[in-house]
Design a binder for this molecule. Structure first.
Ligand SMILES: Nc1ncnc2c1ncn2[C@@H]1O[C@H](COP(=O)(O)OP(=O)(O)OP(=O)(O)O)[C@@H](O)[C@H]1O
Ligand SMILES: [Mg+2]
Length: 368
């Protein structure tokens, strides 16, 4: 039940170039613009297990805004998928305990009944997963699945819904959409299935699209195409996008905002460009140090020593302290005894860390 000890080495890494590619924002213009479509406050998700409750997500607070892409990053098992699935009410209430608040377009999701959730799914928020085959039904034609999703939320004829499905396949760049609509998922290539799932996710023009590792299973060229597609569709639909990824190169390319999670908690939040250029949490700093380009003068990639903690028995104090190389810069034993709050550390930035001057300390660490 504990988190998997997967080294946090991303699949591609172009942080410096990509950081530079993100347009400069006015320094005064720190507060993100765009209507808040998702507001999560103090979210906790626990699962029962033989060893005790698994604290998959704790005290999570963040928001997603129309027209902006929020990247959620963190090692395997840090609670990225569990927190996002909670947004669509996808956890079995009998097998989980969820507290806090998830306001999706003004409707409370925590404790909502199935009818309310069904109405919001696809219409207000949609999710695309890493593995499209698990989301697309293998026995139904792709076009029919998209048409059904449209029919579920719109009073139109089957003919209109079928036409809409073909339009969506065309919109996501599938050649011969008329013919493809009549095929089954297994007749599509991996990249095309991912496109079809994006079409399925967007057919009802949702205000929020959650993409959970949408490109991990694809080769690099197709990854880039899918990300371009998500970006251009976001421009067209003006929706909020939450992008869950291990890949900090991807974050740099497409995200406005970033939320870094460690062991179920948010440890750093801010504008993606700022956080990637000047991380303030030692964990974010370590993730960036593990990128190939950040350690180009060394033959070996730097990895974060140790493994993520068990979510059943979290360490006392800061969950990251057993692996933190900056903990001796905090006076006393605070890192091992007191859980830091998520605090505003500079304009537009929040960190969960006891370090008084994190950027200075981490800059010295990076140089040493
Ligand atoms: N239904 C469940 N019952 C018990 N534990 C669960 C359940 N779902 C998830 N977990 C645990 O919750 C933790 C967080 O899982 P989650 O899937 O959110 O991780 P993640 O950050 O998405 O990781 P990855 O990058 O590998 O996808 C993990 O330790 C996982 O084992
Ligand atoms: Mg996941």
């Amino acid at each position: 039940m504990s988190a998997q000890p997967v080294p946090p080495v991303p699949s591609s890494a172009v942080p410096q170039d990509a950081v530079a590619a993100i347009p400069e924002r006015n320094v005064v213009d720190q507060a993100p613009k765009g209507e808040v479509v998702l507001k999560i406050t103090d979210l906790c998700v626990r699962f029962p297990s033989d060893e005790g409750p698994v604290n998959a997500v704790q005290d999570l607070t963040y928001e997603a805004r129309l027209g902006r892409t929020l990247a959620i990053v963190g090692e395997s098992g840090s609670g990225k998928s569990v927190s996002s699935m909670a947004v669509l009410g996808l956890h079995n209430p009998k097998r989980s305990s969820i507290t806090g608040s998830i306001l999706l377009d003004g409707t409370e999701i925590v404790g909502a009944d199935e009818a309310t959730l069904r109405k919001l799914r696809s219409n207000t928020a949609a999710m695309i997963f890493q593995d499209p085959l698990s989301a697309l039904h293998p026995f139904y034609k792709v076009g029919n699945q998209i048409a059904e999703a449209y029919l579920a939320h719109n009073s139109v004829s089957k003919d209109v819904a079928r036409k809409r499905a073909v339009e969506m396949l065309e919109l996501v760049g599938i050649p011969n959409p008329q013919r493809r609509a009549k095929q089954f998922p297994h007749e599509f290539s991996g990249g095309m299935r991912q496109r079809a799932m994006i079409a399925l996710g967007l057919v009802n023009n949702p205000k929020l699209l959650i993409a959970d590792e949408p490109t991990t299973a694809l080769d690099v060229t197709v990854q880039a195409q899918i990300l371009d597609l998500v970006k251009s569709l976001q421009r067209e639909f003006g929706s909020a996008v939450i992008l869950i990824t291990h890949d900090l190169g991807v974050v740099a390319e497409v995200s406005d905002d970033i939320l870094v999670m460690y062991a179920g908690r948010a440890v750093e939040r801010g504008l993606a460009k700022d956080v990637l250029a000047r991380p303030q949490h030692p964990y974010t700093h370590a993730l960036l140090q593990s990128l190939p380009s950040a350690s180009e003068d060394s033959d070996q990639l730097q990895t974060i020593k140790g493994t993520p903690p068990s979510l059943v028995n979290l360490p006392s104090g800061c969950s990251f302290h057993p692996r933190c190389t900056a903990r001796d810069r905090v006076p006393g034993d605070a890192c091992a005894t007191a859980l830091p709050d998520l605090r505003v550390s500079s304009p537009g930035r929040q960190i969960r860390c006891h370090l008084a001057n994190p950027e200075q300390v981490l800059a010295q660490e990076g140089a040493s």
